[in-house]
Ligand binder design. Structure first.
Ligand code: ANZ
Ligand code: ZN
Length: 806
């Protein structure tokens, strides 16, 4: 008898898989399958979230390989980003060194999990041979007018001294340091994602393999609103105020107007008036508040009258103009017509400042108080009023998107340099393609303050203009790391291409990603940006597909004591400790068994131990079968009796269920349960006398094949011990025998004094006498009737035996 020495086995097979390049993908005739997990940020240590993400992906990849696909399963590093830079500031370590060391460390840890990656395709976004192509793509965007510069009041963290994207502002505070976020005007680079808003929205409906909730989040993020623009003239002012409304039907109910405090007319409108001082003060106050603070539902509505009046174009009413916190400068036109009777925010505001409220829609949705539009349904009235505005040439139907252009420049060192040069003569000049990559300089200072550290490198900063040759200055901002991760899945396909980011033909072959797996926290930005990139690259002729990810699985969180495992909560469990104690196979099995992938998973040491015991149970079973049945082979003769049939039934039912659960639903937990039932049945069968060893050999072989995606090391070792040929991971997934699934056995219930004490499988043609005999002979039932008198045995044919005892 051998024992399950996981540590030796896992080391052994990891080494062999490495040496034989077992998971290297080469082009062949098989149908392709691209399995991809979101690549990690190299923080230095893997956590349970990684273990979960990558174990799920590994089962998918190994399973599809066994199903006959040519599987591409790559891994790499999302290696630029702030933590490296913070470490540099804190510990004086260069970000490059810090990152490379972390990548090495994490790779070692990932290898301990026995994941089936083609490490030959490994990429790191911080390597010049990767970011060269990020820069190349940037320049293509620039050429097409899809990368542009504009001055903008950005979210600014005074403590990190950096620009923050909207999503990095949480509750008005910096996501990283919790300082209150302010605004600052800076020249910034943008990608024009808004040009693709409509297509990004429309194509969501094509994503059949995506979770509904992710699709909804993307739709809301794009936020399409159909409405109208209308010009309201301003008394004593030569320009009119353009507003955007989704409810033109309410235009007769307008009782005040609002301009965003930052609206370009505001200063002019109050200049020299008694309102000027108060308006300036209010604007200053707003400048220190984040957009979220200003517009959240809980935020108190706040504003001031600016001493001016607008004229309602449809009825000539004179209406006061305010500036207020809840109107934003960069949505719609930055100005609104306020209808307190029908808009909640306007209603709060009007009540607070005692402004008139006029109903224009009654309870049945019919328009009232609206002259010739009275009596119309509000929807119809909206169209008619828009038409009227169009006829008056002061308005038109308008579509607005909440989606803004993507702010991509960061005043940071550890990112991809933006490959442009500023020349006094020629303006913004792109770096020539032959001079890519623009390498990150190494002679920089990390002060943790002020401008990008790239400005501290004199050598980097000054260059000659690519156009005129005069002295020019390089862009010193770097790109948002979301840019790096918006195309990495394309680089994996052709990772060593030295001429272009990826070959078109080979990308055609492998794309789209068949299964993408990752955290739901990336449901919006990363996925939207990747979709955007693919559409732009397609329009540039670099590829022919419209969408990058065919199927998406967003895995749930790993919880402990009911809350997410996280460093800050101090409730983490180290994957490495678990691997040391139980082995990677146990860790993987537990994570896959404890919950379906999309649900949250509660960590449980008992659960882990249970999985460890199960692997040991499989180990002993296969080991014993090898000992007892060796030499018997797989060919049996003679009829199958009821026990043979039962084993065959459970085996084939299990093959069917495991295959379907993985392929159709990724229900790994129920797949594993079914394998556990098979193991129980094999133990039962093995304990019987005079059974067919060939049947056990067959069951043992298929059991291992089914377990291979989940516990690859133990399965491979047991495969070898069973003297099977080749690697288990090269085997075909077993098919099941429909005939074996037709049961001619039935299940009967045995009761003692009316209580169910056992269920047993019996031949369907069983007699009353046999039912009674089998029931009384059963070990469990014997326990319940031991030492008692059997008064009566009631038999319901083919259903039930009730034993009455005293
Ligand atoms: C009058 C009105 C009456 C409105 C009513 C709504 C309901 P969505 O759907 O998000 O596009 N709005 C327009 N621009 C704004 C800005 N820059 N900041 C804050 N609010 C703005 O919302 C469009 C509605 O939000 C517009 O329609 C406008 O208020 C407001 F019963 O106009 B509505
Ligand atoms: Zn020049």
């Amino acid at each position: 008898m051998s024992s399950y020495n996981f540590s030796m086995i896992e080391k052994k097979w990891q080494k062999i898989w490495d040496e034989t390049e077992a998971f290297k993908t080469v082009e062949n005739e098989k149908p392709k399958y691209y399995a991809l997990e979101m690549f990690p940020y190299p923080s230095g240590k893997i956590h349970m979230g990684h273990v979960r993400n990558y174990s799920i992906g590994d089962v998918v990849a190994r399973f599809l390989k066994m199903k006959g696909y040519n599987v591409l399963h790559p891994m790499g590093w999302d290696a630029f980003g702030l933590p490296a830079e913070n470490a540099a500031i804190k510990h004086g370590l260069h970000p490059y060194k810090w990152t490379i060391e972390n990548m090495e460390e994490m790779k070692t840890q990932l290898k301990l999990l026995g994941l089936s990656y083609d490490w030959d395709r490994e990429i790191g976004t911080c390597h010049p041979d990767y970011y060269k192509w990020t820069q190349y793509i940037f320049l293509k965007f620039f050429e097409k007018g899809l990368a542009y510069k504009k001055e903008y009041a950005v979210n600014w963290c005074p403590s990190c001294e950096t620009v923050l994207a909207n999503e990095q502002v949480v509750g008005g505070e910096c996501e990283r340091c919790s300082s209150p976020v302010g605004k600052k005007k800076l020249d910034q680079w943008y990608f024009k994602i808004t040009d693709y808003a409509e297509e990004l929205l429309q194509d969501i409906d094509k994503l059949d393999g995506w979770p509904e909730k992710v699709k909804t989040m993307q739709k809301n993020w794009i936020g399409k609103s159909v409405g109208a623009e209308a010009d309201f003239s301003i008394e004593g002012f030569d320009k009119s105020m353009k507003i955007f409304t989704t409810r033109p039907d309410t235009i007769y109910g307008v009782t005040y107007m609002v301009l965003a405090p930052e609206h370009e007319y505001v200063d002019e409108l109050v200049a020299g008036s008694e309102y000027e001082e108060a308006v300036t003060a209010f604007k200053a106050k707003m400048a220190h508040m984040s957009e979220i603070e200003r517009t959240s539902n809980e935020a108190e509505k706040e504003g001031i009258f600016i001493g001016r009046y607008a004229i309602n174009p449809v009825n000539g009413a004179k209406i006061p103009i305010y500036i207020a916190n809840y109107v934003l400068a960069d949505y719609g036109t930055g100005a609104i017509m306020a209808v307190p009777a029908h808009d909640e925010r306007d209603n709060d505001f009007a009540k607070k400042y005692e402004i008139e409220i006029v109903d224009v829609i009654d309870e049945d949705g019919k328009v009232i108080n609206s002259q010739e539009f009275n009596g119309f349904d509000y929807k119809e009235a909206g169209e008619k009023i828009t038409q009227k505005l169009e006829e008056m040439e002061i308005g038109k139907k308008t579509i607005n998107y909440r989606l803004r252009d993507w702010l991509i420049s960061r005043q940071r060192y550890w990112g991809c340099p933006i490959p442009v040069v500023y020349c006094d003569e020629c303006g913004i000049v792109p770096v020539e393609e032959k001079n890519l990559p623009v390498m990150l300089p190494t002679d920089v200072k990390f002060t943790g303050k002020g401008e990008s550290p790239l400005t501290t490198s004199e050598e980097f900063k000054y260059v000659s203009c690519p156009k005129c040759g005069k002295k020019a200055r390089r862009e010193t901002d770097t790109m948002d790391t979301f840019v790096d991760s918006s195309w990495y899945f394309l680089r994996y396909i052709d990772p060593k291409n030295e001429n272009i980011p990826f070959g078109k033909e080979i990308a055609e072959k492998w794309m789209p990603v068949d299964q993408y797996i990752g955290g739901v926290e990336h449901a919006i930005l990363h996925l939207l940006y990747s979709r955007f990139f693919v559409k732009v690259l397609r329009d540039m002729g670099m590829c022919d597909f419209d969408e990058p990810f065919k199927n998406l699985l967003t895995q749930g969180m790993v919880l402990k004591d009911g809350s997410k495992m996280s460093k800050s909560k101090g409730n983490t469990v180290s994957p490495i400790e678990i691997i040391d104690k139980y082995g990677a196979d146990t860790a993987r099995l537990f994570i896959l068994f404890a919950a379906p992938p999309e649900r949250d998973l509660e960590w449980s040491e008992n659960g882990v131990e249970g999985c460890y015991r199960f692997i040991n149970r499989v180990w002993r079973l296969v080991d014993e079968i090898n000992e007892v049945c060796a030499g018997s082979g797989f060919e049996y003769s003679g009829e199958l009796d009821k026990d043979d049939k039962q084993l065959n039934y459970v085996l084939n039912a299990s093959i069917k269920k495991v295959g379907e659960d993985i392929a159709e639903r990724f229900n790994f937990n129920t797949a594993i349960s079914s394998v556990m039932e098979l193991v129980n049945e094999m133990y039962r069968y093995k304990a019987l006398d005079g059974k067919k060893p060939e049947l056990l050999n067959i069951a043992s072989k298929e059991l291992l094949v089914m377990l291979a995606p989940f516990i690859p090391h133990a399965a491979e070792e047991l495969w070898e011990m069973s003297k099977q040929e080749g690697s288990i991971h090269e085997q075909q997934w077993p098919s099941y025998d429909e005939k074996a699934l037709v049961k001619d056995a039935i299940e009967i219930v045995v009761q003692v004094n009316g209580k169910v004490r056992g269920k047993m499988s019996v031949p369907s043609e069983i007699s009353r006498e046999d039912m009674e005999k089998i029931a009384l002979d059963d070990e469990k039932v014997k326990e319940f009737i031991a030492g008692k008198n059997v008064v009566k045995v009631i038999v319901v044919p083919k259903k039930l035996v009730n034993i009455v005892v005293k």
